[in-house]
Design a protein. Structure first.
Ligand SMILES: [Cu+2]
Length: 482
């Protein structure tokens, strides 16, 4: 089966992409002012994650499917989504990446009472930004998301770029038993203190993928969503030359993937929109390979060209997306804040190497951490327990802020801020090429990343690692905008 890890394939040369990048082309979107009503029922179910001869698997899911139903609206629509809880435990839904009001953010106890079994809670918010988003619980997410509770939420631009076809790939990584049931080892100490719950079976849209049919000359917009608890993907599209047009739903100047090897790196909870021109020949196959873990490369999916080309050469249509209405931070005037992440296996060693241990105070990760028994991961020396937390930072509303983050641990962390998108302005002191807007930024071990944004959305917002076992192990805080 496809999920079995296989040796890396050889590469067949590299064809240059044809796409010409251009400037954004549109003024403000036409606001549709339409109300869209949805119901999501969270319940146990059965899903076919792996092909025959394996059976179906017990899952928890929305609307009876994994992923849950795609919610697709136009920018400017108003959404009303009734969430019915048919699970045997409390739940909530968080609209990941959407800039909603605090009361609609879906964080149990912090922004709302959890939705008890048998109860319904109706969320209502505007689709302010166009882009690729997703929804998932924020209650015991390491297990609820891990059992299949998540779905795509697509907000279409008023004037989307021309493509032949659009694909949404929701990626997940499951730890299955030999009987194709979900292994119940959720929240184990080893997963929590290392890289999180890595699985053994990767799915696209809830199925181990077979082949994806494509046509020579075709242009596909591919919306990637990483719904895995912990797995980071580094997708190698072989001879294809994908262009990144949006990150975490937010438009970016179209560019080749920034990874030096051309791989599309996507941490948990992150989204990447790609333009993919099918530059191969009729009858060919291109295999997409995940190479993030160098000793565990595997073939994710085959793109198989039909015998009939769509056109002789890729189209030269404009790729750039119009920007979303995000307030621009004034980096020169911004107030600066320091955040340091510590803990985890081998964390003490990294802190010593970075010269951080033994100083005491906020920077003394090792010293502070020992004051909080039970936590595994620490944000400014504090390991969170539950969602009700004293704010670790209070940001003046409508002012610009820079948060300088240091990852003083031996692991990668995708760091997510609720309620805002932020510009990633530099990494290890080097300015980023595109100052990309993100809501989840992947930090490498020992990396220092600065983000900037206008704190224009009042309330108490979660700020946490999206490796869900790290979050459960304390890697979470609250940032108050007041
Ligand atoms: Cu983490």
């Amino acid at each position: 089966m496809k999920s079995t890890f296989t040796p890396a394939l050889s590469r067949r040369g590299f064809l240059a992409g044809s796409a010409a990048a251009g400037a954004a082309f549109s003024l403000q979107p036409a606001w549709a002012d339409t109300q869209r009503v949805f119901t999501l029922r969270a319940a146990p179910g059965r899903a076919r994650l792996v092909p025959e001869p394996w059976g179906e698997s017990d899952v928890w899911c929305y609307g009876g499917t994994v992923p849950g139903p795609e919610i697709r609206v136009r920018q400017g629509d108003r959404l009303r989504i009734a969430v019915e809880n048919a699970l045997e435990e409390d739940t909530t839904v968080h609209w990941h990446g959407l800039r909603v009001s605090n009361a609609m953010d879906g964080v149990p106890h912090l922004t709302q009472a959890p939705i008890a079994p048998g109860e319904t809670f109706t969320y209502e918010f505007d689709a302010v930004d166009a882009g690729t988003f997703w929804y998932h619980p924020h209650q015991r997410s390491f297990e609820q998301v891990g059992r299949g509770l998540y779905g795509p939420l697509i907000i279409e631009e008023a004037n989307p770029p021309r493509v032949d076809r659009e694909l949404v790939w929701v990626l997940d990584d499951w730890r299955l038993t030999q009987e194709a049931e979900i292994d119940d080892s959720f929240g184990g100490f080893h997963d929590m203190s290392h890289g999180g719950r890595l699985g053994n079976t990767v799915t696209i849209n809830g199925r181990v993928p077979g082949a994806e049919p494509v046509r020579a000359g075709e242009r596909v917009r591919l919306r990637l969503i990483n719904a895995a608890n912990a797995r980071i993907f580094a997708l190698d599209f072989g001879e294809l030359a994908p262009q990144v047009i949006a990150l975490d739903g937010q438009p970016v100047t179209p560019h080749a993937p920034q990874d030096a090897r051309g791989w599309v790196v996507i941490g948990p909870a992150m989204r990447v929109d790609l333009m993919l021109d099918m530059t191969g020949a009729p009858g060919e196959t291109v295999t997409v390979i995940d190479r993030f873990f160098s000793d565990r490369n595997y073939e994710l999916v085959d793109l198989t060209y039909s015998e009939t080309p769509l056109r002789d050469a890729p189209p030269n249509w404009e790729m750039a997306l119009a920007p979303n209405p995000l307030p621009e931070p004034d980096i020169g005037q911004a107030r600066r804040h320091e955040v340091i992440f510590t803990g985890g296996m081998m964390g003490g060693m990294v802190e010593r190497q970075m010269g951080l241990s033994g100083r005491g105070g906020m920077m003394g990760g090792g010293m502070m951490n020992r004051m909080h028994d039970g936590g595994i991961w620490f944000v400014n020396g504090v390991a969170a327990e539950g969602h009700i937390l004293d704010p670790m930072l209070v940001l003046a509303r409508d002012a610009s802020h820079v948060i300088a983050m240091t990852n003083a641990t031996a692991f990668h962390h995708p760091i997510h801020l609720h309620g805002h998108s932020f510009r990633v302005i530099n990494r290890n002191g080097v300015p980023t090429a595109h100052h990309e807007w993100q809501d989840t930024v992947l930090m490498a071990p020992r990396e220092r990343v600065e983000i900037a944004f206008v704190a224009d959305n009042p309330g108490d917002w979660m700020f946490h690692c999206h490796i869900l076992e790290h979050q459960a192990g304390g890697m979470m805080g609250v940032i108050r905008v007041a």
